[in-house]
Design a protein. Sequence first.
Length: 248
Amino acid sequence: MTKMTVPELQAAAQKGNVDAQYELAQRFLDGEACDRDLVKGAQWLTAAAEQGHAKARSSLGALYATGTGVKQDAEQALRWLQLAAEQGDGRALMNLGLFCEHGFGGAPDLVRAVEYYRRAAEAGCADAQHNYALALLHGEGVPANPSVAVEWLMKAAAQGLAEAQYTLGVCLDRGFGIGQDPELAADWYAQAAAAGHVSAHFNLAVHLEFGAPEKRDLARARELYRVAAEQGHEGAIDALIRLTPVDG
């Protein structure tokens, strides 16, 4: 299907097409094929949200939370997110969890936050799957259950979430919630590192330096340490100093 141009979207949006309104809002917010215009983006999100578009409601709530294209307003943010959450929108549920955890618009409530993360995780939101897994790993806001936590990490990691891939690697390294498997841990670190995760670069480098003899690659480990060190990872900086030959 051919992607609609901005003029085509505008024509459809002005006739009340809710999907066109939402897509046009995204174009303005992202500056895709048009000049970026946060105010117009918020206006078209509002139009779609008022027609009941769940993703538009979720996105509009996020705009009100951050003051992007609209005046920051906690009450409006919560209103739109709650409407989207009632429609099962995973991102809205995730953001409501964040608000509860950090006390946006009210007192912090970790138990309620984790419940939102669970619902968002079940709706398929990868970030929420990772957050819910962390809660289960550490017993924060919910009884600890490492094995179930790993199941959620696997779901998030399979969606390509680098943070979940890294955390899953750590669990496999330590045998936490799952059988210890350093080789599989290194595979997950490699995927997270490919997505730019700094600590994954470091942990993968450690595997390549100190892991199974047949898997060791000091040159590659040094390169990974360098990448992590350039982003301020102290352990990587120390490793580079250790591996740098001293003249004389």
